[in-house]
Write a protein that binds this ligand. Structure first.
Ligand code: MG
Ligand code: MG
Length: 269
C-alpha cells in the first residue's frame, strides 16, 4: 500500500537536511537543559530558542493544539508529554521529541536521556537498547526491499534486550507535512509493508518499554504512559532514501558515525 506516499527530489531532500540539522541542534540544547531541578518547560524553552535563532518554524507548536515546540516525556510517560512545571528528578528517564520546518519542509527527531546519575543499570539498558534499535532499523533501511525489514530489525533488538515495542505507535513518512504515509512499524505485522523506493523520507521512531506493550493516554489527551507504570524510551530520526543510498537528515553527519558499525556509509542527497 504505497498510496499517498510523497516522493522527494534530491533538492527537496537537501532542504529537509537543513531542517534536520536545526532539529538536531534544538535537541542538543534541550538535552543539555534536561538536568535534575529543571522543569520540562525549561527543556522546551531551550529547544525553542534554537528553532527561533535559526529562523525555522516549529511543527509541534499548534499541531492539533499542542502548546509547545517539543514533547517532553518522563519515566513512565512514553511520548507526547506536554512541557510544564514538572521538575526533573535525579535519575529520571527523559524523552525529548522535537521538529522544525524550513521552507515548508519538515524534520522530526527524538532522544532519551537520563537526568544526572542513573537510578540503575536497567534504565541505562532501556535507553541504550532503544537507541540501538533505532540505528538497527536505519541500517536495515539502507538495503531493505520492503519496510518490513526495518520493523523486523527494530523488533529483534527489542526482543534480545527484553524490551517491548509500544503497540499502536509507529514511525511515518515525512516531507511537506510532519506525518505522512507510510506507517513505519516498530514490530512485525501481518501483511507486507510498502517497498522501499528512492524519494522516500521516513521518520523511524522505536518506542520501547521495560514491562509492557500496552499504554494509556492521560486526561490531558496527549501524554501516553505505559499501562503498568514501567519506564520507556523513545529515539527517532528522519531519513532520506535516494538513488545512491540513505542520509539521516536529523544527524549532522548523516548518520556516518553510527552506521559504520553496520557497514553502511550514508550518502548526502
Ligand atoms: Mg517525533
Ligand atoms: Mg515522528
Amino acid at each position: 500500500m504505497a498510496r499517498g506516499i510523497e516522493f522527494k527530489t534530491r533538492e527537496q531532500m537537501r532542504v529537509m537536511a537543513r531542517s534536520g540539522v536545526i532539529t538536531s541542534k534544538a535537541l542538543a540544547a534541550a538535552t543539555a537543559a534536561a538536568v535534575p531541578g529543571a522543569t520540562t518547560a525549561q527543556v522546551d524553552a531551550a529547544a525553542r530558542a534554537v528553532i527561533e535563532a535559526e529562523g525555522a518554524t516549529s511543527n509541534f507548536l499548534g499541531y492539533h493544539g499542542f502548546p509547545a515546540v517539543s514533547c517532553v516525556s518522563v519515566n513512565e510517560e512514553v511520548v507526547h508529554g506536554i512541557p510544564g512545571d514538572r521538575v526533573i528528578q535525579e535519575g529520571d528517564v527523559v524523552s525529548i521529541d522535537c521538529g522544525a520546518i524550513v521552507d515548508g519542509w519538515h524534520s522530526d527527531s527524538a532522544v532519551t536521556v537520563i537526568a544526572g546519575e542513573a537510578r540503575g543499570g536497567q534504565d541505562i539498558h532501556l535507553v541504550e537498547r532503544t537507541r540501538a534499535s533505532l540505528w538497527a532499523g536505519i541500517a536495515a533501511l539502507a538495503t531493505a526491499q520492503r519496510l518490513d525489514e526495518v520493523s523486523a530489525a527494530i523488533e529483534d533488538v527489542a526482543d534480545e534486550a527484553g524490551l517491548f515495542p509500544l503497540l499502536g505507535y509507529v514511525g511515518h513518512g515525512i516531507g511537506t507535512a510532519m506525518h505522512q504515509a507510510p506507517d513505519v512499524m516498530n514490530y512485525r505485522t501481518r501483511g507486507r509493508q510498502p517497498k522501499v523506493k528512492a524519494g522516500m523520507c521516513l521518520a523511524i521512531e522505536p518506542m520501547l518499554v521495560t514491562g509492557t506493550s500496552e499504554s494509556d493516554v492521560l486526561a490531558d489527551d496527549w501524554t501516553v504512559v505505559s499501562a503498568d507504570g514501567s519506564r520507556a524510551a523513545h529515539w527517532e530520526h528522519s531519513i532520506a532514501v535516494h538513488e545512491d543510498g540513505i542520509w539521516v537528515l536529523t544527524a549532522p553527519d548523516g548518520g556516518a558515525a553510527e552506521l559504520a558499525a553496520f557497514g553502511v556509509t550514508p550518502v548526502a542527497p
